[in-house]
Ligand binder design. Sequence first.
Ligand code: 5AD
Ligand code: SF4
Length: 477
Amino acid sequence: MTHGQSNPDTATAARKKLFIKTYGCQMNVYDSDRLAALLAQHGYATVPEAADADLVVLNTCHIREKAAEKVYSELGRLRALRDERRAATGRPMSLVVAGCVAQAEGPAMLERAPFVDIVVGPQTYHRLPELLARRAREDGGRIDTDFPIESKFDLLPQGTGETPISAFLTVQEGCDKFCTFCVVPYTRGAESSRPAAAIVAEARRLVEGGARELTLLGQNVNAYHGDGPDGRSWSLARLLHELAGIDRLERLRYTTSHPRDMTADLIEAHGTLPQLMPFLHLPVQSGSDRVLQAMNRGYGRDDYFRLVDALRTARPDIALSSDFITGFPGETEEDFEATVDLVERVGFAQAFSFKYSPRPGTPGAAMPKQVREAVRGERLARLQALLDAQATAFNETTLGRTLPVLFERPGRHPGQLVGRSPYLQAVHVTAPDELLGRLAEVTITDCHRHSLAGRLEPQAPAIASLRTAAQPEEIVA
Ligand code: 5AD
Ligand code: SF4
C-alpha cells in the first residue's frame, strides 16, 4: 500500500517531495500517516510516485517470509531510480528504511545497502527530521532503533489530509506474550498503552473531522490497560464505553485481539454497546493443544471454544475471524486435523492463514522437527479451501437480509456508493452522494467473492423526528 495522497495546503512546487511505501499491518498504515504529517511540518509534500520524490521512506514489515529480502530488492530498484533521477535532473533522493525490518536488521542494513541514508525503528519515527538534518550535515548516526522513554505518540502530529469515514486509532503497541513463532516482541518492543484521555481526545478530533467509525489498533489490543483520567487503569472495555459516548461516532471496532485477554467485561461490552460491531478478529493459530503449547499461546482448544460460546451468548449475531499457521515445528497430521476440526466446529466468517515461516531469533526457528516446506504448503492449501468455503457460506447468509451499511466512498460507477456491513463486507449500492458518511439500511441482493451488492431501503425518518416521537414515553418513564 502506498501513502500517496498530496495535501492541497502543502503541495506547492517549492516544497520538498515525500513518497512513503507502507508494508504490513494497519499499525504501519497509521504510523505512515503520522510520519507524513510530521514531515509536512518540515516542508515535505506527499507525492504519489517515488520517481518524483526527494525523500523515499519504506515503512517495512517483518512478520513473515523473506521480508528483509523483499526490502533489499526494493532498495535495489530505488537505488537505480535515484541514479537515473540524479543524471536527468541533478536532484538527489534520500532513502530511509523505517519500521520492523529496520528494527530487526539495524546496522546490518547499512552494511548490505550502504547507499541507504537512514534506518529508523518503529518507536523513533519522531526523530526522523533530526536524523535527516544530521545526515545533511554529515554529523551523526544514521541508525536509530532505540526503544525510547518518550512516546512517539506525543511527538507525532495527527495525520495529514482528510479524515477517512472509517479511521484507525492506535491505542496500544508492542507485545509481551512471546509466542514462539513471532518477531513482534523483538521489533515493536514491550507492551505499552496510551493514556485514555489522549485516545479520547484523538477520537473526538477524528469524529470532528468526519470519521464515523473507529478501529482501535494494537498488536495486543485487548491487553490495553492505559492510565485513566480518574487515576485508575482502564481496560479496553472501559475505553470502549467512553468512546461509545462520543456523539456521531456510529461504529467501533478493535483489532488484533489475543484469546487470553478476552476478559469478561470485554465480552459483556459486545452485548451492551450497540456501536461495537458484531465482528471480531480473534486469532487462534492452531486447534491442537500440543501445538498451542509449543507456540506459547497460553490457552487450549477448549478455552477457545468456551470463549466463542461466551461471545455468542453475549452477542448472538457475532461473526468471527481468525489467523492460522500451518506446519509449526512438531505439527503432525493429527495436530493439523485438530485445527481442521476446530474450524469446522467454530465456523469462521473470514480468516487469514499462513504457512509457518521460521523467523530469525525466535524460539520456533531453533526448534527440532521443523516441518518440510512442501508439507506446510500442502496443509495450508487444505485449510484455505475449508476457510474459503466457510467465508463464501457466510457471505451467502447475508443474501436477502437487510443490514445497516456505513457508506465510505464513491463506487466505480456513477451513482454508486461503497460501504461496509457490520461484518466488514464491502457493499456496492446505488445511492445518492448525501449518504456518504452515513448509515443506511440495505437489502443484500448479490454475493460476489470479495464484496456484496445491495438495494437501498427507504430510510427511516430522521433521528430528530424519532427523538420527538420518543419524548412522551421518556417523560412517563
Ligand atoms: N510464520 C507464519 N505466520 C506468522 N504469523 C506471525 N508470525 C508468523 C510466522 N513466523 C501470523 C500469525 C499472526 C499473523 C499476524 O501473522 O498468524 O496472527
Ligand atoms: Fe506475536 Fe503472539 Fe504477541 Fe501476537 S501475541 S504479537 S502473535 S507474540
